[in-house]
Design a protein around this ligand. Structure first.
Ligand code: KIV
Ligand code: ZN
Length: 512
């Protein structure tokens, strides 16, 4: 008898990447996918290959390099999408094509402009087409929770007969409630199991009213054996069900749910940090499982209880999700060998040239900070290796003058290939002055700072800080981040990265 477990289908790189302002490079996507493989997710939805050439290239790169999980590519029920998805996942160890079509009256009429019978016919043909490329086909009924149950069951059973092995029930707009959703999942499961008991029913819940995790768990209780989630709950609008919350609920309350996942939970914290850093989407401090405060105890009564017995106020143990104990790893005298060893231990890959740049940053940080811990090192690695900078744009020089009786003034000089752009600007504060100087230098007069956040990487006055910005111009938004021990240096780095990305998207690849 085969083992009963809940498959974790991670859609951080597809639905998660659809979060406004997030645009991961192919290299960043492969790095995240490698970490998802270490986390031991069962399926990685690597992207939507037909969406753009960049999406196609990223899915293909993941399929070619990442081993372990099934690699899925999303496709609408259109022949072109399915052909492109098939080509993108072709080299995967185990490939899946995930096809979807909307099934609610509202979506069929207003969006697809198709009659229900046409939707059924299209789904049938497209599942068969996908099956002509791969054995593993998933079918999703978009907006399932606002669909008529009879129609949902008709399309789900038709998809199974056409060859789909997973039937996904998405709560596309975060509309349903746990008991209502549980009943829907149970009904679909009963219908598809009557045709093929081996078919997996899956759930995919959005968080518009904060019920994504509760709804996903209700789905599991009703028999779903795949849950679609994103790390840190990122995704369209209010996001998807958070991987770490679903997994820890199932793990911690195994007594209640009676079913396990294959997730290596001690990799959760690192995965969460990596996704946050690379997408620029901060984890709120009170976020369940992975937030900064998740294991902090403030009230005296709680601290007293914790000292006596941790279980008094902690239902999860930090070590179970891999929260590091701030290991002291390096100081100013640490050599390249120790640095390489620690990076290897942390599974952070880099070339010799990148290692030299990381070492230079470690040394300058060690001038002002005695102890450099794993979090500092990971932040420096991300800064150097993952290119928080637009590769073609380099900040050459910056300078700010400020004081209690002068208007802050900044000068910047930026190089794009061999051309140097420089200008100066005033502002209400030094960051604002730097922003204005960059905006003038790069001729992005309509650029607006949508958000600016500053977060310490490690505690203490002398630690590194990361600045994340979201900048909008010409109707586009992009994010950038910078890490340095000087807040202004981190700010100008973040703004340059975001503006560099905007320039590429507005004008195409920046050329000399
Ligand atoms: O939310 C949704 O309906 C989706 C589908 C494509 C599965 O993301
Ligand atoms: Zn979705």
């Amino acid at each position: 008898m085969s083992e009963d477990f809940v498959r974790i289908f991670d859609t951080t790189l597809r639905d998660g990447e659809q979060s406004p302002g997030v645009a991961l490079t192919a290299k960043a996507k492969v790095t995240i996918a490698e970490q998802l493989a270490r986390l031991n997710v069962d399926i990685i939805e690597a992207g939507f290959p037909a969406a753009s050439e960049g999406d196609f290239a990223a899915v293909k790169a993941i399929a070619e390099t990442v081993r372990g999980p099934v690699i899925a590519g999303l496709a609408r029920c259109l022949p072109g999408d399915i052909e492109v998805a098939a080509a993108a996942v072709e080299k995967a160890e185990r490939a899946r094509i995930h096809v979807f079509i909307a099934t609610s009256p509202l979506h069929m009429q207003a969006k697809l402009r198709m009659e229900p019978e046409q939707v059924l016919e299209q789904a049938d043909k497209m599942v068969r087409l996908a099956r002509s490329y791969v054995d593993d086909v998933e079918f999703s009924a978009e907006d399932a929770t606002r669909s008529e149950l009879d129609f949902l069951i008709r399309i789900a059973t038709l998809a199974v007969k056409a060859g789909a092995r997973t039937i996904n029930i998405p709560d596309t707009v975060g509309y349903t409630t746990p008991d209502e959703f549980g009943a829907m999942v149970a009904a679909v499961r009963q219908a598809v199991a009557a045709i093929d008991p081996g078919v997996i029913v899956s759930v995919h819940c959005h968080n518009d009213i904060g019920l994504a995790v509760a709804n996903s768990l209700a789905g599991v209780q009703a028999g779903a054996r795949q849950v679609e989630v994103a790390v840190n709950g990122i995704g369209e609008r209010a996001g998807n069900a958070a991987l770490e919350e679903v997994v820890m609920a199932l793990t911690n309350r195994r007594d209640h749910y009676g079913i396990a996942t294959h997730i290596v939970t001690r990799e959760i914290y690192r995965t969460s940090q990596m996704v946050s850093r690379m997408t620029g989407m901060l984890v709120q401090p009170n976020k369940a499982v992975v937030g900064l405060n998740a294991f902090r105890h403030e009230a005296g009564i709680h601290q007293d209880g914790m000292l006596k017995n941790r279980q008094t106020y902690e239902v999860l143990r930090p070590e179970d999700i891999g929260v590091p104990e701030s290991l002291l790893v390096l100081g100013k005298h640490s050599g390249r060998h120790a640095l390489r060893q620690r990076l290897n231990d942390l599974q952070l890959k880099c070339t010799e040239e990148e290692l030299a740049r990381i070492q230079a940053q470690v040394k300058s940080l060690a001038e002002i900070k005695n102890e450099i811990n794993d979090a500092d090192l990971e932040a420096i690695w991300a800064d150097v290796v993952l290119g928080v900078h637009e590769p073609d744009i380099h900040l050459e020089h910056w300078q700010v003058s400020t004081g209690n009786d002068m208007r802050p003034t900044a000068q910047v000089s930026v190089r794009i290939h061999d051309r140097v752009f420089e200008d100066a600007g005033f502002g209400d504060g030094p960051v604002h002055a730097l922003f204005n100087a960059l905006r003038r230098a790069l001729d992005l007069g309509d650029a607006e700072m949508r958000s600016y956040t500053l977060s310490p990487i490690s505690p203490g006055e002398d630690g590194l800080a990361t600045v994340r910005v979201e900048i909008a111009a010409r109707g586009l938004t992009s994010r950038g981040q910078g890490t340095a021990s000087d807040v202004l240096a981190a700010s100008v780095e973040a703004m340059t990265a975001a503006m560099g990305q905007l320039l590429t998207r507005v004008r195409g690849p920046v050329v000399a």
